[in-house]
Design a binder for this molecule. Sequence first.
Ligand code: C2E
Ligand code: CA
Ligand code: CA
Ligand code: CA
Length: 398
Amino acid sequence: FQRETYAANAIVFRAGEVGEAAYVIDCGCVEILLGPEGDQRRVDVLAAGAMFGEIALLDGLPRSATVRTLVPTELIRIDRDHVEGLLQRADPVVQYLVKLLLERVRSARTPRPLRERDDHSDHNALTELDPGEQLHSAAVRTLSLAQSLSDGIRLGQLEVHYQAIVLLSDASVVGFEALVRWRHPALGLISPDEFIPLAEKTGLIHRVGEFVLQRAVADWATLRPLCRPSDGSVPFMSVNLSAPELCTPGVVQRIQACLAAHDMPPQELHIELTETIIISSVELVSHVVQGLRAMGIGVALDDFGTGYAGLDYLQTLPFSCLKIDRSFVQRLHSGERSVQIVSSALALSDMLGLSTIAEGIEDEATAQLLQQLGCTYAQGFFFGRPQLCQALVGPCGS
Ligand code: C2E
Ligand code: CA
Ligand code: CA
Ligand code: CA
């Protein structure tokens, strides 16, 4: 921290400047000014002990106000690097809270051009409060859910269920996909579609992902004997990885360490990535996919056809498997077009030397049609629903 001395009527910073520091008043006082130069209104006066300038510091946007000393003043300066460091080490929920509060403060402070003209309209003043209030209650809802997810992870409320992946020709099990669920004490079993997006936003996904990987690899010893691939392929456990996890430095080494700790051969692990991840950062994804493949881990492109990733990525990224999204599979019987889409996906996969898994098969007719179209592997309620490891093994352990 640095101490800075100001005379009376000195500008500490101006609206529009880049915020590189926040300040705490050690002695003296300052006024906060809003509005254009020459027509500024004082909105606040701060005295010893108060902090200011922290908003622009945290969100990196330009200063929204000008600050001027009223008397000779001493300030303690807190630099951006210091605050960022603190925040990065903070709990993800705290980070998210800070982000939401900043958005809220910003939106409340942003001067609205219409305001001056409509000054005497009470109705308008009320509606102007609305967005901030809405954001606030949305923030509170999200935060309380994030907090209970954070608690839930700690209290062991997450469960991993496993869904069989089978060979279409004889329904023999070749592998399992690990799918997380949250057993909430009051709300029951919550689907990952409901909490994974929240976990991704708040950074809790790292704890979720770590848990799922550990659990799946630990359960593999029990589930591996249930795999009886009649085509001689290597049995596998498939785990989903989301974008923030993929973007974490050392992700490949972390997976490697987990495999080593459980004596699991890398060839028996598959990682599933969705098309959306690829769009977010091709170079990074390419680096990680190559790292995983170099170790012998299989990498599947999940939800193929839903993310508009383009076909060139399929050629440059060394995937080992392509999973055709269930939205295409489930439309197979409703029209010629869906048959053509699935056929093209299968042809493409074949051409690139990838294996193909069709997702979401719910009836025998679809299974038969897919086999006719040349698909090798499948996954869906028709072959088995996701279940706990113990349920799959059965009460007699066989
Ligand atoms: P996904 O990776 O595409 O997983 C397949 C989803 O389809 C699962 O939903 C599965 O239960 C469902 N499904 C399987 N067969 C059928 C079927 O025949 N009919 C229908 N209607 N659905 C079927 P689930 O378990 O609710 O998971 C939803 C999504 O949540 C997953 O989609 C995946 O994107 C995400 N997810 C699940 N577990 C994890 C995880 O551990 N980490 C991450 N990052 N994401 C996960
Ligand atoms: Ca998946
Ligand atoms: Ca999928
Ligand atoms: Ca999906």
